[in-house]
Write a protein that binds this ligand. Sequence first.
Ligand code: SPD
Length: 363
Amino acid sequence: MHKSLFLLSIAASLMATSAMAQGQTVNVYNWSDYIAEDTLEKFTAQTGIAVNYDVFDSNEIVEAKLLAGSSGYDVVIPSGFFLERQIPIGLFQKLDKSKLSNLGNLVPAITEQVEEYDPGNEYAVTYMWGTTGLGYNIDAVTERLGEDGPLQSWDLLFDPETAAQLADCGIAVLDAPVEMTAIALNYLGLDPNSEDAGDLAAVEELYAAVRPYIRYFHSSQYISDLANGEICLSVGYSGDVFIAADRAAEANRGVEITYVIPTEGASLWFDMMAIPADAPNPDAAHAFINFILEPQIAADITNYVWYANPNAAADAFVDPEILEDPAIYPTPDVMANLFAPKARTPGYDRLLTRAWTRIKTGQ
Ligand code: SPD
């Protein structure tokens, strides 16, 4: 084809695409503090599709909305260990892979790993992944525990003598029952995915001993509280603790925050983009997922929120300081010390909900 004719046909098809997309909207439900500042703007500029964007900070909240039905969302991003039990009860629709031309960018090892939650990768694509460990204020914690304190251990939270020494500067714990019990089970040397009632009782006992020293249970407030020195220790999602560290450094008020994957191990999770079965705009949802899979877009998100992305082609655009940080992109050694929570069965869930309420209220 003649060059000018060729260009004309490309221009015509681009105009058609954008005319088609004009007036479309995609409704996205994602974790808070989990996207770059310009991602949504760029998506709309590229596709003509407007975005309604809501945020949450807990898998339990997302699940409750999906179970209630007619959520109105087109793309939701639960963690793999919740998605695992949501797929079989029909909450999501199968992806139309012919609309996901960027799927080839994914790291094969991650695609394989998340088959544990989504066999055949039929329903979901990994958004970002990370670990849940401890974030703390270096000065406040070492001042109280000394350099010889258990600075790389879950003892910071679970050893009553240690936690008591940190109580005055503030300890926060995620309000995430599945994950916080998996972490406690692992600390006790038990299977992090145990559904044994006796093991759960041991977890309750562990929390009961440190409950007087925990200031609050919340899954996102710790970011600003760590950054501004309101608390000195929090269980936290890896990138969120790095965001807190970055904000603290910017504020320049002498607060220095670090993230540690404790020596006993930390939980490893994958947050997954999926399309609800009753999504009003599945075409726009596929366009959104495909856009996130663009290398530069995935890298922009990682560079802004400090979470690892699953995109091999994005590595070239990720800040080398992030790419080489084993607390963000764990090395095989670190990886060997991580455990992946699994979906809980509904029967166990009822026990867990009651136990978690007792843990939080201290009764
Ligand atoms: N601010 C973004 C937090 C993302 C956390 N993902 C949750 C994983 C649950 N284990």
